[in-house]
Ligand binder design. Structure first.
Ligand SMILES: NC(=O)c1ccc[n+]([C@@H]2O[C@H](COP(=O)([O-])OP(=O)(O)OC[C@H]3O[C@@H](n4cnc5c(N)ncnc54)[C@H](OP(=O)(O)O)[C@@H]3O)[C@@H](O)[C@H]2O)c1
Length: 473
């Protein structure tokens, strides 16, 4: 314990000195980065040894730091479970991580005193972020005092927060991204409701405004990469700790503009060398490959009284034959829409079989009972305010239903599910999707949409902007 305290004190002293002496985004800083492994080893060079284990990784490569792979300064928008866990993985991989909490609440326990000048990140006290579970690791992240600092001081920005906050955060980041010469890449983890398209447009609009104001021809336009899911699953028990439940073996991705896909893939592999990134054919493939919204709808509607009463229930065990048939019906609608769009996606049967290692059967309920018996079941939500409804209905189901109408394959079960949720929750979940409303998807032709998801160009908004040059908001 005493040794731990002494090492921690030494770490903090050296860490503060490094921060006060060094330019925050000087490349050399990363080589002087203090690395502290999960076994309380403290060293002050990039050749730090590490015995941290990655139990869920496909290929275990604990010596990545020794391999001299390119190291990046990475800013993370968000300070919840996924943000903390992703930050820990990045830091363990040798990258220099900064966290930004939009309200400041998410990072308040990680730093005690910011400098009076909020743009200067000089801390007089620092706290470890500690990851446990699938990895044991702790480190001191940089903390951004503002979205401006996040973009200014990092080469890559990752969006790690619920879709309900994406538009708000994109609106904050867009002005910074439109002028930043440092930050060239944005990664949305995980992507929802064509958010990459919204961010592209928002940056472009600010870029045009800036061009008008400054006559600066060297404007920046970041590459935007959409991930189908997060690189990890996690819970955040406190403001300084994260329980990493799993680190994914594989994550789907696509990039806007399309021609930047090879460089974006290379970047993702450098940031997360233990995850296998699978390029997909555009944002629609990414969106329609996400089975969570449909599966969560079936599980939640079938167990809504359990959620209301705060009961504990296993979600696969409770996927009874009736709920299973509902999931199969929802899946059929998603598959038909994907087929009409020429997008290749997995069926719910393939998804459960691959994710939970159970044999494919004709009945989804049977497969779910197998998942339960194999010990891979998880608790369903014990509150009605779960993101199974509050995030997945507006940002998942609403997109699928909208696409269904666009391609002439109305997704009646999806539409009905949204209406039932509207009625049960006393709100309009369609209206809660602020991204799709801003993109004016309902005014686009299918051709417009197909072009937009490859190039970032949204002709409906372009035309609207020509008529009234206002913001995308
Ligand atoms: N956790 C998992 O295992 C898991 C697995 C798969 C997918 N995902 C997905 O990954 C995303 C992040 O999940 P998470 O578990 O990290 O969520 P979380 O812990 O609830 O995220 C909290 C963070 O999001 C910010 N935030 C929440 N609502 C916001 C809003 N309306 N505007 C601006 N910021 C907002 C919070 O801001 P403040 O700091 O200002 O409070 C905080 O930094 C979600 O889309 C989730 O569905 C998560």
């Amino acid at each position: 314990m005493l040794i731990h305290r002494l090492l921690t004190a030494a770490f903090l002293a050296v860490g503060v000195t490094v921060r006060l002496c060094g330019a925050f985004h000087a490349p050399t800083r990363m080589h002087r980065k203090i690395v502290c492994s999960g076994t309380d080893t403290v060293t002050s060079s990039s050749t730090a040894s590490s015995t941290t284990s990655y139990s869920h990784l496909r290929t275990v490569d604990n010596d990545y730091i020794h391999q001299g792979g390119e190291k990046f300064q990475v800013g993370i928008a968000g300070a919840g479970a996924v943000a903390f866990a992703t930050a820990a993985i990045l830091s363990k991989n040798g990258h220099d991580v900064m966290l930004w909490s939009p309200s400041g609440r998410g990072t308040k326990d990680l730093h005690a005193n910011l400098s009076a000048d909020s743009h200067v990140n000089q801390r007089t006290d620092q706290t470890f972020l500690t990851a446990s579970g699938a990895m044991d690791y702790h480190f001191v992240p940089r903390i951004a005092a503002s979205s401006e600092q996040l973009v200014k001081e990092n080469q890559v920005v990752l969006i790690c927060l619920p879709a309900n906050g994406h538009k708000h955060v994109f609106d904050e980041l867009a002005p910074q991204l439109s002028i930043s010469l440092t930050c060239k890449h944005v990664i949305i983890s995980s992507h929802a409701s064509l958010g990459a398209l919204y961010l592209t447009k928002a940056v472009e609009q600010y870029q045009q405004q800036t061009q008008l104001q400054t006559k600066n021809n060297e404007l920046n336009f970041p590459t935007i990469t959409a991930w189908g899911t997060t690189v990890c699953t996690a819970r955040r028990p406190s403001g300084t700790t994260v329980d990493v439940k799993s680190i994914r073996k594989s994550v789907d991705l696509c990039t806007i503009p399309e021609q930047e896909s090879p460089s974006a893939l290379k970047l993702c592999q450098s940031l997360f060398p233990h995850t296998n990134f699978q390029p997909r054919d555009g944002l629609l493939a990414i969106s329609l490959s996400n089975l969570n919204p449909q599966n969560h709808l079936g599980m939640a509607l079938g167990n809504i009284s359990r959620m209301d009463k705060g009961e504990a229930w296993y979600q696969f065990q409770m996927t009874t034959p009736a709920i299973g048939r509902f999931l199969q019906g929802l899946d059929q609608e998603r598959l038909e829409i994907a087929r009409a769009l020429g997008v290749d996606v997995k069926t719910i049967y393939e998804h459960f079989s691959l994710s939970f290692h159970v044999p494919i059967s004709e009945s989804i309920s049977d497969m779910c009972q197998q998942i339960h018996k194999s010990g891979n079941d998880v608790y369903g939500p014990n509150t009605p305010s779960s993101r199974y409804i509050t995030e997945d209905v507006p940002f998942g189901l609403v997109l699928t239903a909208t696409l269904g109408r666009m391609v002439g394959r109305p997704a009646l079960l999806h539409e009905s599910g949204i209406m039932i949720c509207n009625s049960m929750y006393g709100c309009d979940f369609v209206a809660k999707n602020d991204l799709l409303q801003s993109l004016k998807l309902d005014e686009m032709t299918l051709e417009d949409l197909q072009r937009a998801i490859r190039t970032g160009r949204n002709v409906v908004l372009d035309q609207q902007q020509e008529r009234t040059p206002t913001s995308v908001k």
